[in-house]
Design a protein around this ligand. Structure first.
Ligand code: PLP
Length: 421
């Protein structure tokens, strides 16, 4: 047997025994996994259902159409493209559809909670486009909407991005739209993180206000690793949409063309099948219970951490994640992440707003509850988890304490299946 399968088993053990607090991760169902490991991976299917560049696509046409229809129902939208290989690919397609190279964009600063694809200088978005950004207020940790409007009116970006990777509060999409309309900009929401909560109406809906919405499918949505593009309520009606090349097209055509042949070749139909399975699961009432528990767990964890003297940026959370500012504990994000990993607790070091440390060291960690909720943990377990994190942070160089915490973590996770539904 190929050694790779030993490594897969090793990883399965690691995932089973540990506490997964990485905010962008989750555990997919056995059926999602089955779809991804299926013969669909053998098929080339460039194009879209009914309009392919290869023969033999009758079955994958049905697969992709199911994925599209389930996503439309789940989010209540009229347009979906399920082909992006990842969240970054979905975002790249939006840029290609809406802008010309050199145009100006405005997103949340990476160091304040934004994503690489929202204009970071090391990403294509910051290399190909001019970037201005908004951030959070120092005192509150909340988005400074007044500063955002002021910069937008002055700089007049062509596209405004509402989205984040490390912000624990809901977004005011109506306010973003007001500003976008004032300057005639396209408003794009990237709901990669909270998509599962948005789908169940547990957070504000971007679809009423945003022209275009992208997401990943593997975070709170609990599907396979991938991306997706949707359209807001009124974007298709902006017909007469002028492409960057000056042609007039329907927006749905422009977005489809930006994904294929714009930035991708053949779609991953096995992953699209996994997306269809996950969307089917998310349409089920059980997923609503799950999504509510994700939120309840995040609030309980944030409170339990605060009770132990941890400083949670913005003082709490509305979604599935929180940023912990470790400066009052005299440890940095890098050493905390490392010590927690030794205790079988995984999370990631993360910059906090107005951080004085580099992205490699950081003053914070980011915690999320999507994955542990899938493993069946509830509010009362969050107090235990905060206690375990606190023990490690207070004894960051003490191997004995870390080993004893690891034992407690393994006991907590014992008998909790990876596939829970
Ligand atoms: N957008 C946001 C807001 C994200 O947080 C992420 C991933 O963390 C992405 C896009 C990119 O997704 P992917 O890693 O699938 O490219």
């Amino acid at each position: 047997m190929d050694i790779i399968f030993d490594l897969i088993e090793k990883e399965r053990q690691r995932q089973s025994h540990g506490l997964e607090l990485i905010a962008s991760e989750n555990f997919v169902s056995e059926n999602v996994m089955k779809a991804m490991g299926s013969v669909l991976t053998n098929k080339y299917a460039e194009g879209y259902p009914g309009k392919r560049y290869y023969g033999g696509c009758e079955v994958v046409d049905e697969v992709e159409t199911l994925a599209i229809n389930r996503a439309k129902e789940l989010f209540g939208v009229d347009y979906v493209n399920v082909q992006p290989h990842s969240g970054s690919q979905a975002n790249a397609a939006v840029y290609l559809a809406v802008l010309k190279a050199g145009d100006k964009i405005m997103g949340m600063d990476l160091s304040m909670g934004g994503h690489l694809t929202h204009g970071s200088g090391v990403n294509f978005s910051g290399i190909q486009y001019q970037v201005v950004s908004y951030g959070v207020q120092k005192e509150t940790g909340l988005i400074d909407y007044d500063q955002m409007r002021e910069v937008a009116l002055r700089e007049r970006p062509k596209m405004l991005i509402a989205g984040f990777s490390a912000y624990s509060r809901d977004l005011d999409y109506a306010k973003f739209r007001e500003v976008a309309d004032e300057i005639g900009a396209t408003l794009w929401a990237d709901i990669a993180h909270p998509a599962g909560l948005v789908a169940k109406g547990l957070l504000n809906s971007p679809f009423e206000h945003c022209h275009v919405v992208t997401t990943t499918t593997h975070k709170t949505l609990r599907g396979p690793r991938g991306g997706m593009i949707m359209m807001g309520k009124d974007f298709e009606n902006t017909y007469g949409h002028k492409t960057p090349k000056g042609e007039t097209k329907m927006m749905s055509q422009v977005l489809d063309g930006a994904v294929f042949p714009g930035i991708q070749g053949g779609p991953l139909e096995h992953v699209i099948a996994g997306k269809a399975v996950a969307f089917g699961e998310a349409l089920d009432g059980q997923f609503e219970i799950y999504a509510k528990q994700v939120k309840a767990n995040a609030q309980a964890l944030s409170k339990a951490m605060t009770d132990r003297g941890f400083d949670i940026v913005s003082g709490g959370t509305d979604n599935h994640l929180m940023l912990v500012d470790l400066r009052n504990k005299n440890v940095n994000g890098k050493e905390t992440e490392k010590a927690l990993v030794l205790a079988d607790i995984t999370c990631n070091k993360n910059m906090v707003p107005f951080d004085d440390k580099s992205p490699f060291t950081t003053s914070g960690i980011r915690l999320g509850t999507a994955a542990i909720t899938t493993r069946g943990l509830k509010e009362n377990d969050m107090d235990t988890i905060a206690g375990l994190i606190s023990e490690v942070v207070d004894n960051i160089k003490n191997e004995e304490v870390i080993t004893s915490v690891r034992k407690k973590v393994n006991e907590l996770m014992e008998g909790r299946a990876l596939f829970n539904y």
